[in-house]
Design a protein around this ligand. Structure first.
Ligand code: F0G
Length: 460
């Protein structure tokens, strides 16, 4: 067996938060009460929480110090100007508009330029970008290259857009029906895979050719830039900051959830150059998010994000972060647990349909795996499969399932140590040995948008 290197944490732990033991019986009761939906489980009843890497980061001592310097003025707080400086130094766009999180940025951007009947291409839309487009009665189109859907293809940039397909699509649909093109880095719904700079340039050229604005969904831009440094030869000697700057130089703007690579618990922003569009966004923002220099955040939150954005580009941190993902993925892979490869930036993705081949897609094997992981080991993970993305668009309105049926083990930033990850790996390996006992589920109640958050299910 190959030796898997233990990632040594590049930080010391100054503040700790207890993890309480929960019995299997208690978990069984909680599962029933929650309608077999792990979103309904109280976090204190979770042993290792890999539900998301979003907003779950541990902030640094410097960020916490920044919290104390929050200027809570309604307009023009100094922390806004710090954030503006921080964003401009990385993204390079003139307007910086804070929002309370990423989906608010999406809603404001799309609400300002997307009309009913439009199409918005992306490599693969995340659920909130999709929902924010569909609620405007427009269409969210996925254009990732074929490798994105092949969990075994050993390619370095499986987040890449299929630029030829995009071009064809624009020709067919008509430029006037496509208000913008998005690019998600890293590609969360496709295994957290990075996009190459080569592909960013190509996609940007297609958009420029048609005069269509090109925006990043930039949540995990630092992890993406780090992969470019490691995997794209021409960039090996550049700093991650320089790579990020180059990525954004090919775009017209970005939406950002600060809850990922800006290492904060809350916050986001939109950044762009277009003055007229920025004004439209700010007008819309005032209705729901607040004044444009705070966008739904406290001054202290703006400060934490201003500092976190820079920390998120630290290369020792990024080396460790990606090594943690590769460590967990490597342990699982070595033991024969089916995983998406290569390992991405923020999570390990289990191929749930291969893990549980006896459960049909209609009985949601990914969801079943999340239930079993919590029941047996107190580990919380998220299904990225039939419940999250299934759509009743079949001929007889039957459900059509997404290409991949996965369970994501998202790793919060700077929160868990290598021994926590070892526990997760051991648990999954044991569950894999006893996989025959896991049962499928059916949905008994669901909402029309983002149903996975609140769906109620029962075991079959
Ligand atoms: N875009 C991507 C690619 C995301 O992964 C997320 C959030 C968002 C946009 C929305 O940002 O949560 O700040 O409103 N992803 C989280 C996740 C929820 O678990 O992957 P938000």
């Amino acid at each position: 067996m190959a030796d898997i290197k233990v990632p040594v944490e590049p930080f010391r732990i100054k503040v700790v938060e207890p993890i309480r033991q929960v019995t299997r019986r208690e978990r069984e009761t909680l599962l029933k009460q929650s309608g077999f939906n792990i979103f309904g489980i109280p976090a204190e009843k979770v042993t290792i929480d890999l539900l998301t890497d979003s907003g779950t980061s541990a902030m640094s001592d410097d960020q916490w110090a920044g919290i104390m310097s929050g200027d809570e003025s309604y307009a023009g707080a100094r922390n806004f100007f710090h954030l503006e400086e921080s964003v401009r130094s990385i993204f390079g766009f003139s307007h910086v508009i804070p929002t309370h999180q990423g989906r608010a940025a999406e809603r404001l951007l799309f609400g300002s330029i997307v009309k009913k009947g439009d199409s918005v291409p992306n490599n693969i839309h995340f659920d909130t970008t999709r929902a924010n487009i569909e609620i405007l009665e427009a269409r969210a189109e996925n254009m990732a290259a074929a490798a994105a859907y092949d969990p075994d293809a050993n390619q370095p940039f499986k987040g890449d857009m299929d630029a030829a397909k995009l071009k064809k699509f624009i020709d067919k649909r008509g430029v006037e029906r496509i208000p913008l093109v998005m690019m998600t880095v890293t590609n969360n719904s496709g295994g957290g895979q990075p996009v190459s700079l080569k592909n960013i340039k190509e996609t940007s050229e297609v958009c420029a050719h048609y005069g269509i604005p090109f925006f990043f969904d930039a949540c995990r831009f630092a992890e993406n830039a780090f992969f470019i440094k490691k995997r794209e030869k021409a960039y090996a000697k550049k700093s991650v900051l320089e790579i990020a700057q180059e990525m954004f130089s090919y775009a017209d703007g970005a939406t950002m959830s600060g809850k990922k690579d800006a290492l904060v618990n809350i916050g986001g922003f939109i950044t762009l150059d277009d003055d007229a569009l920025a004004e439209k966004i700010k007008n819309l923002l005032i209705i729901s998010e607040g004044f444009p220099t705070y966008g739904g955040l406290a001054g202290r939150d703006l400060e934490a994000m201003a500092r976190g954005l820079k920390e998120g580009l630290d290369e020792d941190y990024l080396e460790h972060r990606t090594a943690q993902v590769a460590y967990l993925g490597g342990l699982l892979d070595q033991a024969g647990v089916p995983v998406f490869k290569p390992f991405g930036g923020h999570a390990v993705y289990i191929l749930a349909d291969r893990f549980l081949p006896h459960i049909r897609r209609a009985q949601y094997p990914g969801w079943a795996l999340t239930v079993a992981l919590y029941r047996e080991f107190g580990i919380r993970a998220v299904e990225i499969g039939g419940v999250m993305f299934g759509q009743k668009t079949g001929k007889g309105k039957e459900e059509v399932y997404p290409e991949l049926e996965m369970v994501r083990l998202a790793i919060p930033r700077r929160v868990y140590t290598a021994s926590h990850l070892r526990y997760v790996a051991d648990s999954l390996i044991e569950l894999h040995k006893n996989r025959d006992k896991v049962r499928g589920l059916r949905i008994v109640r669901e909402s029309p948008f983002l149903r996975h958050f609140t769906a109620q299910l029962e075991e079959i």
